[in-house]
Design a protein around this ligand. Sequence first.
Ligand code: GLN
Length: 190
Amino acid sequence: MRFGVLALQGDFREHAATAAAAGAEPVLVRLPGDLAGLDALAIPGGESTTIGRLADRYGLVEPLRRAIGAGLPTLGTCAGMIFLASGTTSDRPQVQLGMLDVVVHRNAFGSQVSSFETDLDVIGIAGPMHAVFIRAPWIDSVGPGVEVLAEVDGHPVVVRQENILATSFHPELTGDDRIHRLLLQIRGRV
Ligand code: GLN
């Protein structure tokens, strides 16, 4: 299984390592041609405005929309979730794919000092996940096709919409490959 990782900015190396731990072959995606023949795709944490700007510059926005729209199982973590979403609660414009029908609130839990870790129950994952939140978003509102898989203080932090999974936290930072494995199982369902 070829597990693409959008490698423009952010913690793509950790995603590649987690994809390998899940039994897949990691493939770094920097140009549209790199999307060919993938079985799954991860969009890492980092800075969503930078990821959006670079994706635009490298001509990746429409190819990503097409691949995800065609059913490519796609995981977005933190900034990756923001990049996948259809909007943010802020007035400041940024490039977003608009493939995940949610509005995100960036840095919702506060600034760097408010980063935190917690054990989280996620629907579809057996046993709690140790979840690391770093200047994380939460989801402000979800569209009708979006399933909420976990919440913190009543705010959605893990969602699924068909072939798209998104987490406010960073499964790639804790050596836990269960979310990546879950993504690989989506294959064939779409
Ligand atoms: N705060 C970042 C953003 O808004 C996300 C942080 C992260 O990915 N850890 O893009």
